[in-house]
Design a protein around this ligand. Sequence first.
Ligand code: UT7
Length: 332
Amino acid sequence: MSGINIVSTGGYAPLLAVTNDDMSRIVDTNDEWIRTRTGISQRRMSNCEPTWYMGAMASKQAIERAGIDPKEIGLIISSTITNDFVTPSAACLIQRETGAVNAAAFDLGAACSGFVYAVDTACRFLATDDSLKYVLISANENLSYITNFTDRSSCVLFGDGAAAVILEKSDKLFTSWLGADGTGAKFLYAKNEYAHSPFTTEEHFTVDDQTDPEVKHRLLVQDGKEVYKFATKALPTAAKNAADKIGLDINDIDLFIPHQANIRIIETAAKNLGVSMDKFFTNIDMHGNTSSASIPIALNEAAEKGVLKRGMKVCLVGFGAGLTLGAAIIEY
Ligand code: UT7
């Protein structure tokens, strides 16, 4: 598969910062527990900013930094599990806000692996359509829409935010690998609530026997220990599988930008890969886990801080609900 160039990045962080002390006022927790078990000090939370709005703000910044005409964007992929609407997609609203009038637009749902899935998808579109000049990916998440703020083991983890990239086709090094394990769906889920048709005869048809009927619709349910176990294996597996596809030595990667879910998960994954933590960019302390937005938020920050430099080989690697996992190795 031919490669891609990241032309530019952009980001949007909601202004509302929620500290660990703030969390301790709503559930039985404390700053020390959250920091030592997760690495999180604070998270940003939307104060009524819709998901599409955060995505549009991040996208506008990426477009401006790229110095391109939004009319040259041929495709918008929005990664989200927290769209404001069942329909339309967040991608269509981002198209409306950015003036990317010539772009096809759709949402992609692969939970926290969503950005990596979107990069892989964008690369394939660019490889097969010569008329496509630029792809905009925006990963936008309002996890506060679906967080159970009475569950201390999960509510302290999540934050809101968005980040975007403009991609174009290039001959630069690129490889990616995507995976999923649906048998782990029960470890991290949020149920939707739909109206029953007048022809419904069954009370319930749950895809998962362990689905708790008492759990409020739309709120996240998580078996933290199971997700933790999966995550520490998923990150090295995805990175290695992507590298192996082109015979790349994992030690030749200059920077890893992993999904920011828990600093201990990242440390264990680094150890399992045999790579120093110095090569891992983390910003979980200030953002918490923003699902599919977490990798591009970190990518944008790494680029802004000059940690990520042109020519570097960077591995974007994620895992999440589904269960899903994936990695994309790109020359920046
Ligand atoms: O994008 C993917 C999303 N999810 C993840 O990546 C989550 C992966 N899992 C994790 O990050 C960790 O499993 C957690 C952070 C969720 C939990 O950390 P842990 O070290 O696995 O804690 P634990 O579940 O073993 O709980 C240890 C203790 C328990 O108390 P007891 O039973 O030992 O008395 C919990 O009730 O900590 C308690 N606890 C808390 N205490 C204070 C759980 N949550 C909290 C809390 N504050 N927020």
